[in-house]
Write a protein that binds this ligand. Sequence first.
Ligand code: RB5
Length: 143
Amino acid sequence: MIAIGCDHGGFELKQEILAYLREKGIEYKDFGCDSTASVDYPVYAKKVCKAITDGECEKGILICGTGIGISITANKQKGIRAALCTDCFCAEATRLHNDANVLALGGRVVGPGLAVKIVDTFLHTPFSGEERHARRIRMMEED
Ligand code: RB5
């Protein structure tokens, strides 16, 4: 199950991503927002992250205007590794190396065609499982 959320700056791109998820038969839970009316992105970032850390969802997708505010918020939530991606190379690398569990996108940065490819890459690339990468991920959580 994929958790997805956005603010008003990401609402339109979220519609494109939802269409892709439906077309591919990928199950998702949409945590809002539900229009282009102005909202606060931390609300939606925290809802999506909680769904992941509670074990309700496996991965998340967060979209704001730039992807920056929503990814900064996500990365302050314990157990979340959010990657703001603008290309497929980074989407693949962050799964292979960082085992990122949240993909952040900028609705005012990437077009829908590229965004869908980034999502597809993120969702279908497994963590490499290599010890050096696993060690670095463990180190992220240390004080
Ligand atoms: C909202 O206007 C905008 O600030 C937000 O979507 C995001 O880009 C913040 O980082």
